[in-house]
Every structure is written in structure tokens, then in C-alpha cells.
Design a protein around this ligand. Structure first.
Ligand code: SAM
Ligand code: SF4
Length: 367
């Protein structure tokens, strides 16, 4: 089996729980301990004895990796540098909440080898940030963006969310303009999803919030018009980048590459085997340190399932899928073409502008 080239680390700590978020996170510092960092490092050590690991991308997500203190980051990232061969590393991503990074931490991350910072701005409108329950203001997010630049980061992503309750398309346009003015290398623009088991979902089902497909389409269309016109190409439904600044880590997922995930709730996929760590930080640490494994779920995919999944992801990207790979789905492809959702060009199928608005329905055909 080829070496695993893509590693994900789940750092579950957040300053506050955002009411729309369904990632596995915990608030407070009870488990933000050296014991947890030791568990992560131990899990990596064990993985390198089981798998051939030669990282080309590393992604620190969460949660909020930037919630770790400088001493903890030095311990963890320094510890990884000692345990992994990073000679082939092309990208080291790190997610940050604007409230949790000041100049010393930014400089430290840069010096430890992080190459790409992803800043969770969500909106440049203070009223909407309040609606989203964010712990930072727009001004604080802007200051953090400049702090990251000054620390030497030449590859920055800004995360934004649209279709937020109370948000108008004009507000969204203003947020896009402000983002463009800052000239990040990459923008991730997500349509708010009402995830089950979140406060937002309860408020939706309780009638306080309302979903409006037509309004969502207006936000999507505005984004797809404004960002590409300003020089950020839409290379995946929710992701826009300057030429050559696409996220290599995410592109690897969308290509169907194998990856190893470390930390509570993290998934790994190796060939047809997929497993997930237990989504409980204290239990994760205990089990890794005492038994060496912390799996809570595993499945064995069929080759057809794995291929279908990969094609569903690939179809969301601007590269689309080679026609030859779609032979088992010929009838569906013809139907999507007739509906104007897919177009064939140069032997590849890609979503049309209309298809991008219905990407999930197209992807469903494969899974
Ligand atoms: C795992 S979060 C990490 C970022 C960091 N914790 C923060 O919030 O600043 C990654 C991104 O997912 C997006 N996100 C989280 N929950 C979402 C939801 N329910 N709908 C759409 N986007 C969401 C946000 O844009 C967020 O910045
Ligand atoms: S959106 Fe980010 S900061 Fe908010 S709870 Fe989710 S992971 Fe934490």
C-alpha cells in the first residue's frame, strides 16, 4: 500500500459553543492538558508503526486549534516535528478563531512550520456576528488578519457564512467586498446549514428561523459572480482561490486520497477501511494512553461505495469527472445534462452554474 500523505488533527477546544456548530467541540479547559497532547503524540507514534506515513499535507482543524496556548503549541507541533519525516511536506494548515491569536502566537505558528492559516471570520457585520454567537467583533477579526500577515503568513484563508438569519444580500455583498479588500489567497464561503442537535436547528424547528431556498440561491449566485470577477476562482462549490492557492489538503480528500485522522472524533480512511475515534476528549486520551487505540466506529466499504463517494466529491470541483469514469451512471448523467445541471466538455463532466446550485442532488446519484 502506498504511503499515507495526508494527516488531520482534531483539536476540540473552543472559547464558546457557536449555536449553529455541530463539530465535536468542548468549551472550557478541563481536558486542554498536556495529557491530551501526549495522547495525540502517542497516537502519531503508533500510527507510524502501523502505516507508512510520509506527510505532504497536515491539517489542524476543530474545534479551534488556535485555542491551545503558546506553550502547548510548541509542545505539540515541536513533538510532531520530532516524530514525523516532514521533508516532503507541502502544506501545513491551521484553523484559527480571530479571538484566539495575537502576534506572539502567530509568530510561533509560523516558526513551527505552519504554512497556511484559515481564519474563521464568518461575517464583517457586527450584528450578524452577534446573531452567530461569535466571540469576536469584525474589527478584531481584521486586526488578527493583519497580525497573521505581519507574522509572515503568505497563504491565508477567510471562512465566511451566508444565509444567516436576518442577513440581506446587500450585507453579504458588503462582506464579500471587505474580504476582497483584504486580499486573502483563499476564501471558503459556506451556506449556513441547520445541523441537527444544534441550538439553531431547534430554533428552526420551533419556527423562530425560516429557511428560504430562493434566498439561498441569491446568496450563492452573488458569491459565484463577485469572487471570480475579483480574481478568486471557484474550484469547489464552497471554495475560491487565487491561482495556485487551492487547499492541497482538501483537494486530496476530494480526489479520494487516503488520510489519517488524530484526536477525538477524527476519521481515517485507508483503502476500503474507514474508522473514527471516540468523540470524547477525556476518554480518547485515556484509551490512547492506556490501550493505544480509541476507535468508536469502523466500516468496510465496497469498492463501488468508495468510488461513488470519490466521484460525488470530485463532481463538486471545477475539474469535474472524466466521462470514462461515469459509465455505470450513464443514464443519470444524461438526465442531469437534459436538466442543464451537467455539461460535457473535453471528455469531462462538470456542473453548470445551475448545477452548482443543486450540487447535493447531483452528488446523491453516486452514493
Ligand atoms: C470547524 S470550523 C473551524 C473554525 C474556527 N473554529 C472558527 O469557528 O473560527 C470551520 C468552518 O466551518 C464553518 N461552519 C461551521 N458550522 C457551520 C454550519 N452549521 N453551516 C455552515 N458552515 C459552518 C464556519 O465557517 C467555520 O469557520
Ligand atoms: S464554529 Fe468554530 S468556534 Fe464555533 S463552536 Fe464550531 S468549531 Fe468552535
Amino acid at each position: 500500500m502506498a504511503a499515507v500523505e495526508h494527516l488531520y488533527f482534531h483539536i476540540p477546544f473552543c472559547p464558546k459553543l457557536c449555536p449553529y456548530c455541530s463539530f465535536y467541540v468542548e468549551v472550557g479547559s478541563a481536558n486542554k492538558t498536556t495529557r491530551f497532547l501526549d495522547a495525540l503524540l502517542r497516537e502519531v507514534e503508533l500510527a507510524t508503526t502501523t502505516h507508512d506515513v510520509q506527510p505532504r499535507t497536515i491539517y489542524f482543524g476543530g474545534g479551534t486549534p488556535s485555542a491551545l496556548s503558546e506553550a502547548q503549541l510548541e509542545y505539540l507541533l515541536g513533538g510532531l516535528r520530532n516524530r514525523l519525516d516532514l521533508s516532503q511536506l507541502e502544506e501545513w494548515d491551521f484553523e484559527a478563531n480571530p479571538a484566539t491569536v495575537r502576534a506572539p502566537k502567530a509568530r510561533l505558528l509560523h516558526s513551527l512550520g505552519v504554512t497556511r492559516l484559515s481564519l474563521g471570520v464568518q461575517s464583517w457585520d457586527d450584528a450578524l456576528l452577534q446573531t452567530l454567537g461569535r466571540v469576536h467583533s469584525a474589527a478584531q477579526a481584521e486586526e488578527t488578519f493583519h497580525v497573521l500577515r505581519e507574522a509572515g503568513f503568505g497563504n491565508l484563508n477567510i471562512d465566511l457564512m451566508f444565509a444567516v438569519p436576518g442577513q440581506s444580500v446587500a450585507q453579504w455583498e458588503a462582506t464579500l467586498s471587505k474580504t476582497i479588500a483584504l486580499q486573502p489567497e483563499h476564501v471558503s464561503s459556506y451556506c449556513l446549514t441547520y445541523e441537527e442537535d444544534t441550538d439553531y436547528f431547534r430554533r428552526l424547528t420551533g419556527g423562530e428561523f425560516r429557511q428560504d431556498d430562493d434566498r439561498d440561491v441569491a446568496f450563492f449566485e452573488t458569491t459565484m459572480q463577485v469572487l471570480p470577477a475579483a480574481g478568486w476562482a471557484q474550484y469547489e462549490i464552497s471554495n475560491y482561490a487565487r491561482a495556485g492557492r487551492e487547499s492541497r489538503h482538501n483537494q486530496a480528500y476530494w480526489r479520494g486520497a487516503d488520510y489519517l485522522g488524530f484526536g477525538p472524533s477524527a476519521f481515517s480512511t485507508r483503502g476500503l477501511h474507514r474508522w473514527q475515534n471516540i468523540p470524547d476528549t477525556a476518554e480518547y486520551s485515556r484509551r490512547i494512553l492506556e490501550t493505544g487505540t480509541a476507535g468508536s466506529f469502523e466500516e468496510h466499504l465496497t469498492p463501488a461505495q468508495r468510488r461513488g463517494e470519490t466521484l460525488a466529491f470530485a463532481m463538486r470541483t471545477s475539474q469535474g469527472v472524466a466521462a470514462g469514469e461515469l459509465t455505470p451512471w450513464q443514464d443519470e448523467m444524461r438526465e442531469f445534462q437534459e436538466l442543464g445541471l451537467l455539461a460535457e466538455q473535453d471528455g469531462r463532466f462538470r456542473l453548470t452554474q445551475r448545477g452548482k446550485l443543486m450540487a447535493d442532488s447531483v452528488a446523491e446519484a453516486f452514493v
